[in-house]
Design a protein around this ligand. Structure first.
Ligand SMILES: *Cc1c(COP(=O)(O)O)cnc(C)c1O
Length: 353
């Protein structure tokens, strides 16, 4: 006798990168930021009064929405906040796609959560292959008979970014299709499509505090788009969880987003280490697509990604590897501090020799 629904019995959930507790690793496997959050976060936590927790938080996180709107140069009615951008992305499926509709299109190699959400919300999918060099075939994708697209820009796990101009040509050509841009890593690239949301009603940009803001532990993300799209997300939220952003998260994220200078410095450091690491890896014979994110996707002829992953793990360095077609020859390496990256390079040299 099973009490499980058919859905619970059949679905294949998303697998997150490992968060091991057994020993201390140099952790370059889940694209966390190697630097701590802004000092203003520490201050917000210190001045937070626990007595306030007796009450429910603001249902629509209006203080944070206003702070995000200010930073992004949009109106608060164009902002929706959720419990991590994963939750925001999840809500886009019931908000914008029907089970009996034309479905959602995304790349064969992209954030694997899109496929899980589509299955969970019974949304049909069209999987469109990336080009051989891991860039998007936007011209080809245009022809897909779908209701909308999910495009991670920069893409995960490849790191490849699409210039804003190119995205604009795509969305301008498809006014009757919704384009959802997952900009989880955009701060490491700098071509955000938020400005397009003011001119195109078919663009929704989703961002997160987890990566460039060093706040993966707080679980907060947001969407920016036309007020009609944002309103649909609020309606979905209120069918599921009225208070996805807790009081502490709201205070912390509002403090973080105001500290532009601090985060610009951290991001710059990650970007320059990314370029150094890429050149070093290429020198060691790795194929490494140009990355616009805080990680590198690296593969080397005659050594499978799994071997590199296991040898590095034994040496105390965690990277991400997937035992899946298209991915198994590669590992994804998050950019760490200069010291962490040095250890990675040193261990890799040992492993390869
Ligand atoms: C990390 C990541 C997210 C999710 O971030 P959270 O806000 O932590 O849920 C979304 N999209 C992509 C492509 C990511 O890599």
């Amino acid at each position: 006798m099973s009490f499980l629904s058919k859905r619970a019995q059949g679905i294949a959930p998303y697998t997150a990168g490992e968060q091991p507790q057994d020993r201390t690793y140099i952790k370059l496997n889940t694209n966390e930021n190697p630097y701590p959050p802004s000092p203003r976060v520490e201050e917000a936590l210190h001045t937070f009064e626990s007595a306030a927790l007796r009450r429910y938080p603001r249902p629509n996180a209006d203080v944070l929405r206003a702070a995000i709107a200010k930073r992004e140069g949009v109106a608060p009615e164009n902002v929706f906040c959720g419990n991590g951008s994963d939750e925001v992305l999840a809500l886009t499926f019931p908000a914008f796609f029907d089970a009996e509709g034309r479905g959602a299109c995304f790349a064969d190699l992209t954030y694997s959560f899109y496929e899980v959400f589509a299955a969970f919300f019974c949304v049909p999918t069209h999987i469109f292959p990336l080009k051989a060099d891991f860039t998007f075939d936007l011209e080809g994708m245009k022809g897909v008979d779908c209701a909308g697209y999910y495009i991670a820009n920069p893409n995960a796990p490849t790191g490849v970014g699409i210039a804003r101009e190119e995205v604009e040509r795509f969305v301008a050509a498809l006014p009757d299709k919704l384009v959802i841009l997952d900009e989880a890593y955009m701060d490491f690239f700098g071509e955000s499509c938020v400005p397009l949301t003011k001119r195109y009603q078919n663009v929704l940009v989703v961002k997160t505090f987890s990566k460039s803001y060093s706040l993966a532990g707080i679980r907060c993300g947001y969407a920016v788009g036309d007020a009609a799209l944002i309103d649909a997300l609020f309606r979905m939220k209120d069918c599921f969880n009225s208070y996805p952003v807790d009081m502490v998260a709201e205070a912390v994220c509002a403090a973080a987003i105001a500290d532009e200078e601090y985060y610009a410095a951290c991001t710059q450091q990650v970007k320059s280490e990314r370029e150094r690491l890429r050149a070093e890896l290429q020198g060691m014979g790795f194929t490494v697509p140009k990355s616009s994110a805080n990680f590198l996707f690296a593969g080397r002829a005659k050594v499978c990604g799994g071997e590199i992953y296991r040898a590095l793990k034994a040496a105390g360095v965690l990277v991400r590897h997937w035992q899946k077609p298209l991915l198994e020859d590669f590992v994804r390496i998050t950019i760490g501090t200069p010291q962490q990256n040095d250890v990675l390079l040193e261990q890799l040299k040992k492993i390869l020799s």
